[in-house]
Design a protein around this ligand. Structure first.
Ligand code: GLN
Length: 192
């Protein structure tokens, strides 16, 4: 049976686990490197990226997650989780995994609209608009040639992308009842 690990250091991990339970998928909370053994996919939730970065490094998770991601383990990072996957964040390259060829800007939407909801067009999951919740969200400023852009805001900002087995979402798919992005991720896991 498929088992999805959810990084449970800080942030919205309980909500991701609840969605996966609705989808009848087995989950395990990941806090230590050895807990990564035997999972078929990993979700890195949103939260506070500076805190998650520190904990990922001090629990020696960052290097192991980078290795597994490079070897093809499906990994989906949402909001702060996207920051954990990026090759560059606010111009810095000192990052926990750096496995995705994207340059990310933190808190990209300023104070006035630091949280908002909007319907996105995400062709990869179907024609119905997807209602996305952004909370002090990052955005993708630059995506490398191997990265498929999955969604943009009306102003052109990239807010969802895929690079092979890796998915980065600037918003919080675990906070809505539309599970299409979790299903999309689970399909990548099953294909592997
Ligand atoms: N602004 C947060 C950060 O940069 C991310 C917010 C979130 O994950 N909802 O860490």
């Amino acid at each position: 049976m498929t088992k999805i690990g959810v990084l449970a250091l800080q942030g919205a991990f309980i909500e991701h686990i609840a969605v996966l339970a609705q989808l009848e998928v087995d989950t395990s909370e990941i806090r230590l490197p050895q807990e990564l053994d035997g999972i078929d996919g990993l979700i890195i939730p949103g939260g506070e990226s500076t805190t998650i970065t520190k904990l990922m490094i001090s629990y020696e998770l960052a290097g192991r997650i980078a290795e597994l991601g490079r070897d093809g383990l499906p990994v989906m990072g949402t909001c702060a989780g996207m920051i954990m996957l990026a090759g560059s964040v606010d111009g810095s390259n000192h990052l926990p995994t750096g496995i995705m060829d994207i340059a990310v800007k933190r808190n990209a939407f300023g104070r006035q609209v630091d949280s908002f909801e909007i319907d996105l067009d995400i062709p990869a999951i179907g024609t119905e608009p997807y209602h996305a919740v952004f909370i002090r969200a990052p955005k993708i400023d630059r995506a490398g040639p191997d990265v498929d852009i999955m969604a943009r805001l009306p102003d052109g900002s990239i807010v969802a992308a895929k690079q092979g087995n890796l998915i980065a979402l600037a918003f919080h798919p675990e906070l809505t009842e539309d599970y299409r992005l979790h299903r999309y991720f689970l399909n990548i896991v099953k294909q592997r």
